[in-house]
Design a protein around this ligand. Structure first.
Ligand SMILES: [Fe+2]
Length: 322
């Protein structure tokens, strides 16, 4: 582990100095800020491994600072410890609600500081490693896209549409995150499809279609056991299901298909229609939407999801371009 960096936030210069000295003696790199806004300015420039903050510090409290960190994807994984009097129950309850990872009583006891900071930093280190693994997998998704010149930019577009659509449908935060990752990973299983089939310009034989269809299950199998992708896996497996049960790989129907996968399916079909493929030219936005609506009437897609996508694409300006 590199030398971890700890950001100490307190309006009292004596507390800042005592904490800095103690933490530096434990071989940590220490940054300090005298208020929550000053801490946010530091966080804009550098990412500490842990934030130690006082509660009462003028206009913006340590609890509010914690809430800001825990709701921003750049900072949500940084552990936040709130310094509070043992009897300050209100601050503890508010801190918990804001997502604080731990509380230290004031005055800080050195042995306690040492053991608990070390424990939190170990967890942070593991999370960093997981994030790096996630980055590797995302690049893998882009590598697969690069094999097929016709799908250039597909992952990034799918991610953008899926997240905007998820937002508009009011899905929860874990599903939004899963949709963003699934933008890159939904076709991960195409790694097992030979170029001769993936890039074939003419119509596919039944056997070749079967091979392509196996990409959904194969992709889900590849991420099995990766806990950080647990929510993404069902989207990868089921992004070709149709709500009337005629999709693959499991022929699931209606709401049995995970919501993330129902969203991804519609977005994926729109982008496939709207871009050129080895076997077809790109359709216009209006033509693509017309086909999606016809297929919705035929029972393939969930009407609410399709009509919301049409709205979302309008907001993205798609109706103004061919
Ligand atoms: Fe796919």
């Amino acid at each position: 582990m590199e030398q971890p960096t700890i950001l100490v936030v307190d309006d009292d210069p004596d507390v800042r100095e005592t904490l800095s000295d103690s933490l530096e003696a434990l071989q940590y790199r220490v940054l300090t800020a005298e208020s929550a806004p000053a801490a946010l300015a530091v966080l804009d420039r550098t990412l500490p491994d842990l934030v130690l903050t006082d509660v009462h510090m003028g206009a913006m409290s340590g609890v509010e600072l914690c809430a800001r960190l825990k709701t921003d994807p750049r900072w949500e994984l940084i552990p936040v410890v709130i310094l509070t009097g043992v009897s300050d129950l209100d601050a503890r309850v508010a801190g918990l609600a804001a997502g604080a990872d731990d509380f230290f009583g004031k005055p800080v006891e050195l042995l306690e500081l040492r053991t608990r900071v070390a424990a939190l930093l170990r967890v942070k280190h593991l999370l960093d490693q997981l994030e790096r693994a996630e980055g590797v997998i995302t690049s893998l998704g882009l590598t697969i896209e690069a094999r097929d010149p016709y799908t250039a930019g597909h992952c990034e577009r799918i991610r953008k549409y899926a997240v905007a659509l998820g937002h508009a449908l009011g899905v929860d935060q874990p599903t939004l995150r899963a949709l963003a990752l699934a933008g890159y990973l939904h076709d991960l299983g195409k790694i097992s499809v030979p170029d001769s089939i993936l890039l074939k310009p003419g119509p596919l034989t039944a056997a070749e279609r079967g091979t392509i269809q196996r990409h959904a299950g194969a992709g889900a199998d590849l991420v099995r056991g990766l806990r950080t992708l647990e929510e993404v896996r069902p989207i990868i497996r089921h992004h070709h299901e149709k709500i009337d049960g005629t999709g693959y790989p499991d022929g699931l129907r209606g709401e049995v298909i995970p919501l993330g996968a129902r969203i991804m399916a519609v977005v994926d079909v729109y982008d496939a229609l709207h871009t050129a493929r080895p076997y077809k030219k790109a359709l216009s936005h209006a033509e693509s939407v017309a086909i999606l609506l016809r297929e919705t009437e035929a029972g393939y897609w969930e009407p609410r999801i399709v009509t919301t996508l049409v709205e979302v694409l309008k907001d993205l300006g798609h109706d103004r371009f061919p």
